[in-house]
Design a binder for this molecule. Sequence first.
Ligand code: XMP
Length: 517
Amino acid sequence: KILILDFGSQFTQLIARRVREHNVYCELHPYDVSEQFIRDFAPKGIILSGGPASVTEEETPRAPQVVFELGVPVLGICYGMQTMAAQLGGKVINGTHHEYGYAEVRAHGHSKLLTDIQDRCDPDGKCWLDVWMSHGDQVERLPEGFQVMCENASTPIAGMFDDTRRFYAVQFHPEVTHTLQGKAMLGRFVHDICGCGQDWNMPDYIGEAIAKIQAQVGSDEVILGLSGGVDSSVVAALLHRAIGPQLTCVFVDTGLLRLNEGQMVMDMFARNLGVKVIHVDASERFMSKLAGVSDPEKKRKIIGGEFVAVFQEESAKLKNAKWLAQGTIYPDVIESAGAKTKKAHAIKSHHNVGGLPEDMHLKLLEPLRELFKDEVRELGVALGLPHEMVYRHPFPGPGLGVRILGEVKREYADLLRRADHIFIEELRAAGWYEKTSQAFAVFLPVRAVGVMGDGRTYDYVVALRAVQTQDFMTAHWAELPYSLLAKVSNRIINEIRGINRVVYDVTGKPPGTIEWE
Ligand code: XMP
C-alpha cells in the first residue's frame, strides 16, 4: 500500500484517485503524522503532495525524516519535491519566474521513473513531456546523489531522481489529466518501482468504508436527507450496509421533483432494501411559500430555506440521532476550499443539503468525501443500486422550481413533470440519454395559439434542453436527431392537455446557462 502525505494541495485527492485507478490501495494522511504512524503503516512507497507553503520560509511543513530512512521509494510532487530537496541537502529558491499551467519539459530518459515515458522525441533523441505546472519556488541545487530528470528554460530542475535510493520528484503535477503522461508516471511508480500489485478494487473499498463508518458511529443513530439523487442514494446504500437499523432517512417531497420520484425512492429503499425512510409530503408548504414569487434567486432561497425547516422538524423528532450524514463528494470539498484559502484540509465541509445543520447539534458524517463522481457511481453499482439510478443526470436542488420560469404553481409543476418524463423516456429509448450530460424540459408560462382536431387551442409552451459537457462549466447543446425531437414533441402535445407547443433550446453555455433560471 501507498502512503500519501498531504501538504495541503488542492490536488492531493487526485493523487489518491490516480493511484486507485491503478488498482493500488492508498491512504492520504496529513504531512505531520508521527514517525511511529508511518512505521506502523509500513508503506511500500510514499508520495509527498504539493502544497501552498514555501520551503524558503521558516517553520513551513516538512516531511517526517523517517520518510527518507525507511528504504522505500518516495515520490515528491511540487511542494513535495521542494521539501524533499531541502531536507536532503539541496537548495530551494523563491522563484522569480512563476510558472502556471501548461509547460513543455525535456525529459531525460535515464531514470527508472521516466524510461520510455514521453509525449514526443526529436530525431536527435531529445524527448519532451507536456505537463501542468503551478509553482513559484523551485529547486536550485540538487541534493547529493540526485540527477536532473527533466528541465526547461524557466525551471532548470523540473524533476530529479536518485535511482539507488529510489527517490523521485517532479515540479509539475502528474496527477492532473493535463499532464498527459501523468497516469503512466504514477503507474510506473506504484507498480514497477514500489512493487504494488493490482489488487485493490471497489468491493475492497466498501469493506474499508464500512469498517470506518462503524468505528466512527458506534451505536449512535444517524439521519440522512435522501433526495433520490446519486450521492445521497449511494450514502443511503452504504450506511444501510454499515449500520442497518441505526440509519433513518428523511425524504422531503417539495412538490418540485420529477415524475414518480417519491414512489421510486420508497420502492427502492424502503421496500426493496428495508431502509427506514420517512416520507414527508411538504408540497403544500413549498407551494404556498412560493406563491407570488417570480425572481429566480428568491425562489432558490425560499426552496433552500423551506427544505432546511422541514428537514429540521423531522429530525427533531428523532431524539436519539447524533449524526447527520451527507452526500458531500470530493469536488464539493474542493469547490468550497478553493474559494477561501488554498489549504484544502483547513476548509469547512460543503453543505449540499441546502442549509447549515450547525444548530442541529449533530455531528457530520460524510462517507463520500474522498470520492469523485464516477467513483461514487462505481461504488453505487458495487453496492447493488440499479445502473439506471446511479447513472442519472444531475438534478438541481431547487428542482422544477428553477425550470418553471417565473412564479411556481402546482398546475405548472404537474404539466412540466409529465413533459419532462416523456422527454427522458424517449431519450433513453433512442440511446441518447447516455450521450447527453443533462436533459430536461422547461415550462414557459406563456400561451400560444394552436389547432388540434377542429378546435383552436390556447395553451402553454414547453422548451426542451439537452446538453453535452465534461464539467458543467461550459456546455454544447446536443444535436439530437430531428426524428427524436419530432417524436417527443408529438407525444407531449398529444398526451398532455395544456401544452400545445414544444421548442428546442439551441443555446450553448456560455452564453446561456444550463438551467433557464
Ligand atoms: P447552470 O444553470 O449554472 O448549471 O449552467 C450548472 C449545473 O448546476 C446545476 N444547478 C444547480 N444545482 N442548485 C443545485 O443544486 C441550484 O440552485 C442549481 N442551479 C443550477 C444545473 O442543473 C447544472 O447541472
